[in-house]
Design a protein around this ligand. Structure first.
Ligand SMILES: NC(=O)c1ccc[n+]([C@@H]2O[C@H](COP(=O)([O-])OP(=O)(O)OC[C@H]3O[C@@H](n4cnc5c(N)ncnc54)[C@H](OP(=O)(O)O)[C@@H]3O)[C@@H](O)[C@H]2O)c1
Length: 317
């Protein structure tokens, strides 16, 4: 079943509310899964150079476009400025690199992936002798956003947005911009609903996309700590049983009914179809209230896999 719901940005752009996440998917997995996802009706694809699979995504998209199975206008492709590119002078370079890899002339939405900067190096991030990530602490969000506005004006990014920025950082951009961010991509799920930040974005005409909507299952290996299992929550399970849906579908539908778009990742054909099959049921108001009450301010994707990143002056959390 195709995604039948759009989120409309303040500038009138429509984005499918349900997208396909691609983090932690190898080239081999993503090639197979993206073909399955396009077959299943996904048209909004979320990627980033740090996921190390943009070339494969580009190859699959080209095959679909060349075969006439989809048109460019039907696709909504999102990518992001990497942490080692988060400075005004390198915005265009990294966007062009992503466009080359994706084999596209423009992306539909270009995010600043994170509000902090690390030095440019060939290969993985630079670590110091104590195993801490080396930081570049001169991050200037106002200059950076101007460079984002320029790539938009040049037609390389149809929309520009932010990811992982906090309210203070977003306000600074709003106070200094010509073009407002169209979208904020943040972690959002039953245990981290961020109602204040979502309300702030809505009040300022910024749409919100939820990443890790299923709690980023499997991330414990990367973080080296326990993370809660959202699918095992008794309230979620009870509502799922009542609706004849899965716990994952309840988690995703909860976000959509809060007016938040979302980008679950799955490389499993059955689960990726399950995750887009969200448009033939509603969670009733009383159950939305119960789900809203599950918020516990538990952040899963806290960037703990970058040791020492919390020392950056623009670390957002
Ligand atoms: N802007 C940012 O900083 C940022 C950060 C994190 C993520 N993201 C984006 O958001 C996307 C989604 O977040 P995420 O990948 O962290 O986590 P997620 O979508 O919450 O969870 C993905 C995990 O859940 C499993 N899964 C998927 N559907 C399922 C289902 N129906 N039932 C049970 N398990 C299911 C997947 O395994 P299988 O693949 O085996 O199904 C995978 O292990 C990312 O892929 C990325 O595109 C952005």
């Amino acid at each position: 079943m195709a995604c039948k719901m759009d989120i409309t940005f303040e500038n009138g752009t429509k984005m499918p509310a349900l997208g396909f996440g691609t983090w932690r998917a190898s080239d081999e997995e993503v090639e197979r899964a993206l073909n399955e996802a396009l077959e299943a009706g996904y048209r909004h694809i979320d990627t980033a150079p740090v996921y190390l699979n943009e070339k494969t995504i580009g190859k699959v998209l080209k095959e679909w476009l060349d075969a006439g199975k989809v048109t460019r206008d039907e696709l909504f492709i999102v990518t992001k400025l990497p942490p080692h590119g988060t400075r005004a002078s390198t915005v265009q370079k990294y966007l062009k690199r992503s466009l080359d890899d994706l084999q596209l002339a423009y992306v539909d939405l270009y995010h600043i992936h994170v509000p902090f900067t690390v030095p440019e190096v060939d290969g993985p991030f630079l670590m110091d002798d104590d195993g801490q990530i080396v930081l570049e602490t001169t991050t200037d969000h106002v200059a950076l956003w101007k460079a984002m506005e320029k790539v938009h004006e040049d037609g390389l990014a149809r929309n520009i947005g932010l990811s992982n920025f906090n309210q203070r950082q977003i306000q600074r951009i709003l106070d200094n911009c010509q073009i407002k961010p169209a979208n904020l991509q943040i972690e959002n799920h039953i245990y981290l609903q961020q109602p204040e930040l979502v309300k702030f974005c809505k009040a300022n005409g910024i749409s919100v996309t939820a990443y890790s909507p299923l709690g980023s299952r499997g991330i414990e290996k990367l973080l080296n700590r326990e993370v809660p299992d959202l699918l095992d929550n008794p309230v979620v399970k009870e509502i799922a049983e009542k609706l004849g849906k899965t716990a994952a579908q309840v988690l995703l539908r909860h976000l959509l009914q809060r007016g938040i778009s979302t980008i679950p990742k799955s490389t499993n054909p059955k689960r990726l179809r399950e995750n887009i099959d969200l448009f033939d049921f509603d969670i009733e108001d009383s159950d939305m209230v119960r789900l809203n009450a599950l918020d516990q301010n538990i952040r899963i994707c806290d960037f703990g896999f970058f040791p020492g990143i919390t020392k950056h002056p623009e670390f957002p959390f």
